[in-house]
Write a protein of this length. Structure first.
Length: 236
């Protein structure tokens, strides 16, 4: 439904998904993280995401603003999108909204508090499309081009750390459910904020995709790599 092509996505999720055991461990303490990811493909900068994740009472909110600049038919084109993911204290989604403001408007809004989950899509031609999805309450939202949601995925993993963990996932812009596997790999040196550090490293896999995440010691996302398309995102 969106005009912009996904530069960072798990679009190769299988369309079949299974429900895994539900965990309900709440986060402890207040959450506050904000920053900017600079995204490059094959060494060429293509975009940024400014994000803020914060908690208040029993709600966690992840807001992001993405700008992408690419070439289309030999001409530079800019795309601007905004996203707002609201979760409960277990990091299960409550609502999600997304909109593209440049170059043309489109939007979606999803209510995860009802079953089946309801979604309202406003397409580029101004039409409205309503859809329903049978999704587990603890589904992980991983939308196209939104990097900060992978930090939420790491936090979900760290609620029960250790070994491979499987998560039901959903890509709102593509209306696509699926599943991902997350495992913590051996620490590996990475350049974060201009310094070489021995960061924590997590590997996210689907049937056909592998995404590598580097975080600081508490799980804040610092670096993302998608080797198949030579994509690298680094916190500025």
């Amino acid at each position: 439904m969106a005009e912009v092509r996904a530069i960072f996505s798990i679009t190769l999720l299988t369309a079949m998904w299974v429900t895994f055991p539900v965990t309900a461990r709440s986060l402890e303490g207040r959450i506050e993280d904000r920053g900017t990811f600079v995204v490059s493909i094959a060494g060429k900068r293509v975009g940024t995401e400014d994000f803020q994740i914060r908690s208040a009472h029993d709600v966690v909110e992840d807001e992001g603003a993405v700008t992408i600049r690419v070439q289309q038919a030999g001409q530079p084109v800019a795309f601007e999108t905004e996203s707002d993911l609201v979760l409960n204290s277990h990091l299960w989604p409550k609502t999600y909204s997304w909109k593209q403001t440049v170059p043309r408007f489109s939007a979606l809004r999803i209510n995860f508090l009802v079953s089946p989950v309801t979604a309202r899509y406003r397409t580029l031609n101004g039409a409205t499309d309503f859809r329903e999805f049978l999704l587990p309450k603890n589904v992980v939202v991983l939308d196209d081009n939104v990097l900060s949601q992978y930090e939420i995925l790491v936090w979900r993993y760290l609620q029960t750390p250790g070994g491979k963990q499987h998560f039901s996932a959903f890509i709102p812009q593509e209306a696509l459910p699926g599943k991902v596997t997350v495992d913590e790999a051996a620490p590996q040196g990475a350049s974060i904020a201009g310094a070489k550090v021995n960061a924590r490293r997590f590997v996210v896999t689907t049937e056909l995709t592998r995404i590598e995440l580097w975080t600081n010691k508490v799980g804040n996302l610092e670096r993302v790599s998608l080797p198949t398309i030579h994509l690298l995102a680094v916190r500025r």
